[in-house]
Design a protein. Sequence first.
Length: 118
Amino acid sequence: MCLFCKIVNKEIPSNIILENDEFIAFHDINPKAPVHILAIPKLHIDSFNEIKPELMAKMSSFIQEIANEVKIDKTGYRVITNVGDNGGQEVQHLHFHILGGAKLKWGHFSDADPQGHF
Ligand code: 5GP
Ligand code: ZN
């Protein structure tokens, strides 16, 4: 069973913010911003590339609920999902990073020439 499935099953403890039948949100163990929450479907889905539109619609509402709950809806936030190797995905269970609580920087994403063809 994958790491986040164990968090869903409460085999591994986490700091839960919101939970319903289909989703769970908890604080990232290694926060990259004052607010750094992970929102995941309880169903094991490898990555964003596999999620169905119906579940994604509900996932969007859940992410909005979290933003309201932790009061970053007005100040703003960023939602990120890393997909696969090039995307930098380390845990192979779909998760959305919700980052906020401060003005975020826009990162340096790659050493490759951004104009380069691939
Ligand atoms: P990824 O690189 O796959 O997009 O992000 C994985 C995230 O999961 C990282 O930000 C990492 O800090 C977080 N993470 C890894 N293991 C755990 C854990 O056991 N508990 C919690 N709460 N977060 C974790
Ligand atoms: Zn899983």
